[in-house]
Design a protein around this ligand. Structure first.
Ligand code: NAG
Ligand code: NAG
Length: 507
């Protein structure tokens, strides 16, 4: 009897072990976390920083933010370099993705005057990370446009691509000796559709019908100019790589009907194809089907031109292929139907030119954010689609995460469930041969969640926003993430001892 029990135990234990060994994150696969400047830095007017569009919006239109809050102090990261890097060391991160505040480096927005105190802050952060072997990945622009540039039209002005290129030159010159991973622009969809085409992000222009497409073209050209600048003037000496991050969620047909498949594909083009197609497709330019739909509608509406602008041949070639990798911010998934009335459940809004139905199965767990559910295998679904459509590019998942209400505190089993499921889906991608090189959890710590203020928390570390020093405390999910980083496997049974967070030397 004893013998059989022991044998049974042996079998269970060793088959579990061998599965784990098959499902290991490779040593050169970069696992990390991500943040963005306006959401964490604070110090909005310190040491010469200029005003940006989020300073302007939160100060002049507080009603636009759910809790009337601002990022004036946010997580106070400007004054917490050592603690922020200490958290990265506690987790044992390979990589940390953060963004630079354009107006902290160039207060006027233009490259006529460099704010040395701003440059110094990022130097201290980069150097502290490098001291402990943590790889910096820098986003040049994560939505906090200098307000002066917005007053000149922001990304509705074609000159924005030149302003951005000037800024990029300052950034590569000052940090490129140590930074080898560059992302030019974070999430064109959220900049253009949410900021210019509607009212979900600063500058809340609500230039429906026009704003999204105008911005899309200018943002893509801005990205391409910054990419070619790096390639032509810096890459030889500095040896880094430069790409863009686009938000891409999973869209799957509600039924297997031809209509639902077509609706799904159209939705993908409206959500991320608008930004991905000009860079990553073989032909370049905006997605054809979308271009046709908008052109036809524009004519009917009496416009003398299509609301979706064309690229000149020269612009098309500038943008086409202009990225060393495809950065994907991925959070969730949706089922898409040709029937618009399929569900009245609120969802992330879709371009008004596209009329398709949206469905979220009730059994998909819901986060604190209305648009974010745990959609099974959504990473695998998204990356296999992008791999096929865009000819097998190199990918990084540059954001992925889960929100909870502020009252949830430190025991975040819902977040742990989400990350374990997401990382299993990442391993599925690696098994399938997708060239995915890294994964960054959103986010290292709680932060200012744009128009939701502090009502939604995404942090592995909780931040106490009632304390002026903004102390950070690891959530249970931080301990679980740390163990995944340490062991390079996902152990679904691991129960951390959350009493003390330590730094494991030698990681
Ligand atoms: C945005 O514009 C649309 C019309 O294009 C209008 O229906 C809507 O009310 C506007 N939203 C706000 C918040 O102004
Ligand atoms: C957790 O760790 C603390 C500190 O090392 C220790 O005192 C405690 O006994 C541990 N708890 C469990 C359940 O292992």
């Amino acid at each position: 009897m004893k013998f059989f029990l022991a044998l049974g135990f042996l079998v269970v234990c060793c088959s579990a072990l061998s599965t784990k060994q098959q499902r290991r994150f490779p040593d050169d696969f970069l696992i990390g976390t991500a943040t963005a400047s306006y959401q964490i830095e604070g110090a909005w007017n310190e040491d010469g920083k200029g005003e940006n569009i989020w300073d302007y919006l939160t100060h002049n239109n507080p009603a636009a933010v759910k809790d009337g809050s601002t990022g004036d102090i946010a997580a106070n990261s400007y004054h917490n370099v050592e603690r922020d890097v200490e958290m990265m060391r506690e987790l044992g991160l390979d990589v940390y993705r953060f963004s630079l505040s354009w107006s902290r480096i160039l207060p006027s927005g233009f490259a006529n005057e460099i704010n040395e105190a701003g440059v110094d802050y990022y130097n201290r952060l980069i150097n502290e990370m490098l001291k402990y072997g943590i790889t910096p990945m820098i986003t040049l622009f994560h939505w906090d446009l200098p307000q002066k540039l917005q007053e000149l039209g922001g990304f509705a002005n074609p000159l924005a691509s030149i302003w951005f290129e000037d800024y990029a030159r300052v950034v590569y010159t000052n940090f490129g000796d140590r930074v080898k991973h560059w992302i030019t622009i974070n999430e064109p969809r959220e900049i253009c559709y949410e900021g210019y085409g509607s009212v979900h992000k600063a500058p809340i222009l609500n230039a429906t019908a026009i704003g999204t497409y105008l911005c899309a073209k200018n943002v893509l050209i801005a990205h391409a100019k910054a990419y070619h600048l790096y390639n032509n003037e810096f890459k030889d000496k500095q040896g880094g790589q430069c790409g863009i991050t686009i938000s891409a969620n999973s869209f799957r047909p509600f039924t297997d009907s031809e209509e639902d498949h077509a609706a799904t594909e159209l939705r993908r083009q409206a959500e991320f194809g608008l930004y991905a197609e000009p860079i990553f497709s073989e032909e370049g330019g905006f997605p054809k089907e979308l271009v046709e739909i908008v052109a036809e509608k524009s004519a009917k509406e009496g416009y003398p031109w299509s609301r979706i602008p064309e690229f000149t041949d020269e612009e098309r070639e500038l943008v086409r292929g202009a990225s060393d990798f495809f950065g994907v911010n991925h959070y969730t998934g949706f089922l898409v139907s040709a029937n618009e009335q399929i569900s009245d459940r609120p969802t992330i809004p879709i371009l008004p030119d596209i009329t398709v139905g949206n469905y979220i199965p009730p059994e998909w767990p819901q986060s604190a954010s209305y648009w974010l559910t745990l959609s099974p295998d959504s990473i695998y679904d998204t990356l296999t689609y992008l791999q096929k459509r865009y000819n097998d590019p190199i990918f990084y998942i540059t954001e992925n995460g889960w929100s909870s209400p502020p009252t949830n505190g430190l025991l975040d089993d819902d977040r742990i469930r989400y990350y374990r499921a997401a990382l299993e889906s990442v391993l599925d991608c690696l098994d399938a041969g997708i060239r995915l090189k890294g994964y960054m959890a959103w986010s290292l710590m709680d932060n200012f969640e744009w128009l939701e203020g502090y009502t939604e928390r995404f942090g592995l570390y909780e931040v106490d926003f009632s304390d002026p020093a903004r102390p950070r405390t690891p959530r249970k999910s931080a301990f679980v993430y740390k163990e995944i980083l340490r062991s390079r496997v996902i152990d679904h049974d691991y129960e951390p001892n959350t009493t003390v967070m330590t730094i494991d030397e030698g990681h």
